[in-house]
Design a protein around this ligand. Structure first.
Ligand SMILES: O=C(CO)[C@H](O)[C@H](O)COP(=O)(O)O
Length: 226
């Protein structure tokens, strides 16, 4: 059973004619984009923006109509994956390196649906290293500032060199083990000048659709205003 596909295809049921849709990034969002492509070929009328070059290419191949950010002032719905999520729908994202674009797109959406398999649902965030996008300039100092927050930091690598995001920045993967307060940590991260954005998504996701190995689906909805 492909539980990522299960969750992703359930989320696509929330898409209706006329919607402006944000396309996430990663191996779960892949299935959502694929299903959306099928529905577009069957006549669904939507427009979309993508959160990464990879998702944009996938959408284009499937014939999903893409628009520029200058053509629309917001989105109705974004469907995206997560690396970890807790019961308050606080997320760690950025395992695929697209966290900055993902956060811009999710924040510009009336609703964000998170799609994940059950391994991503945790009691406390922090086992997954928190991805933080940082500018290459003086990255050594930024990494040192991040380490002062109580994590071990590894600059993400790709092949022989350093990994670069679609925006030309680096990713510092910060292993905290346990994140007691996501909002306090988010505030500390935002205070570090070399940080472009971090992978904590707080108060953004409205709904999580979690696919389980037994073929069932769990839905978690965030209380309004939480
Ligand atoms: O945040 C992300 C990419 O930046 C992904 O949504 C996250 O890494 C989950 O990916 P996957 O669905 O492949 O497990």
């Amino acid at each position: 059973m492909n539980v990522k596909q299960l969750a992703a295809e359930k989320a696509v049921e929330y898409v209706v004619d006329g919607m402006k849709v944000g396309l996430g990034t990663g191996s779960t969002a892949y299935w959502a984009i694929r299903k959306l492509g099928e529905r577009v070929q069957e006549g669904l009328k939507i427009t979309a923006v993508a959160t990464s070059v990879a998702s944009e290419e996938q959408a284009r191949e499937l014939g999903i109509p893409l628009v520029g950010f200058g053509d629309i002032d917001g989105l109705d719905l974004t469907i995206d994956g997560a690396d970890e999520l807790n019961h308050d729908l606080e997320l760690i994202k950025g395992g695929g390196g697209a966290l900055l674009r993902e956060k811009i797109v999710a924040r510009g959406s009336k609703r964000m649906i998170v799609v994940a398999d059950e391994s991503k649902a945790v009691g406390t965030l922090g086992q997954f290293p928190l991805p933080v996008e940082i500018v290459p300039f003086a990255w050594e100092w930024t990494v040192a500032d991040l380490a002062k927050l109580g994590c071990t930091v590894e600059l993400r690598r790709s092949g022989d060199g350093l990994y670069k995001t679609d925006n030309g920045n680096y990713i510092a993967d910060c292993r905290f083990g346990t994140i007691a307060s996501a909002s306090e940590l988010a505030a500390s991260l935002q205070n570090i000048t070399g940080v472009v954005e971090h992978g904590l998504f707080i108060g953004i996701a409205a709904l999580a659709i979690i696919g389980k190995q037994d073929g069932s689906i769990e839905i978690i909805e965030r209380e309004h205003g939480e």
